[in-house]
Design a protein around this ligand. Structure first.
Ligand SMILES: [Zn+2]
Length: 262
């Protein structure tokens, strides 16, 4: 057993080459089960989304069934978390706010392992709370996530800040001092050209403007990538270099120049 090569996923247990839904992967038994659970969810969730409007109870039953079938192999709780957040979404869409709130708040934080998963969860939670009319609580969730800042990327912090200002009354609410500082840091780290004056005088407007500029740059980058598909390697490098010279947002300039060097 010791001589077997390690699993491609966990790099801890010996893995065997196996066929998972047409893909050949080297996996240990645990990781193979985890992958099958994720695939079962991904497959069922399309039907769940389709049924959410027309037949929500049917959608909830589908999720129950999925849980019954796979709970024993849900070793890391990923399925439990995904089902709860899907249930919250169904309840919220059907204006069953009290149930949506209970469902989203019942997800244990121990099931959120990466900074990305925590950000998604915070945004989902804030969305459900705001639907329930709990704008103050929604804001508080986001502020806490930003202040705790456990390994959040600048992109995640910008998403959280943008969501936070969505819940603010532009006339009455001021951004706390610590978050103004944090917002200035994020804007600088991502290289977004927002005027310093705006950042000092109107930090909420600065965040809105940063979000807009960053999303526009993301669209420019995505459309560049789409155009590159038909080009030769030399043309690709040249296009990437040109993009890196003229793109106003530093984050995407860097992505493009890194790609051009490959
Ligand atoms: Zn493994």
């Amino acid at each position: 057993m010791q001589d077997l090569p390690l699993c491609d996923e966990c790099h801890q247990n010996p893995g065997l080459q196996q066929d998972v839904e047409g893909r050949s992967l080297r996996l240990c038994d645990r990781c193979a089960d985890l992958l099958r659970v994720r695939m079962a969810f991904d497959e069922a969730v399309m039907d769940v989304i389709r049924l959410t409007d027309s037949s929500p109870d049917e959608a909830l039953r589908l999720l129950d069934h999925l849980n019954e079938e796979n709970a024993l192999q849900d070793y890391d709780g990923w399925l439990q978390k995904s089902i709860k957040s899907q249930r919250a979404l169904i309840f919220a869409t059907r204006k069953r706010y009290h149930e949506a709130r209970n469902e989203i708040l019942s997800i244990p934080t121990t099931l959120l392992r990466t900074a990305e998963e925590r950000t998604e969860h915070t945004l989902e939670k804030a969305w459900v709370l705001s639907l329930c009319g709990e704008h103050g609580e929604a804001r508080q969730e986001i502020e806490e996530a930003l202040v705790q800042n456990h390994g959040l990327s600048p992109n995640s912090r910008l998403r959280l800040l943008t969501k936070l200002v969505e819940f603010m009354d532009p006339k009455d609410d001021a951004l706390p001092e610590s978050l103004s500082t944090l917002s200035a840091e994020v804007i600088q780290e991502l290289g977004i050209p927002v005027r310093k004056e705006l950042q000092t005088k109107a930090p909420v407007d600065a965040i809105r403007s940063a979000d807009r500029l960053f999303r526009e740059a993301g669209h420019r980058y995505a459309s560049l990538m789409a155009r590159l598909v038909q080009k030769t390697p030399d043309e690709r490098t040249a296009s990437m270099q040109r993009f890196a010279q003229i793109e106003p947002v530093g984050f995407y300039r860097q992505l493009a120049s890194r790609f051009a060097r490959k």
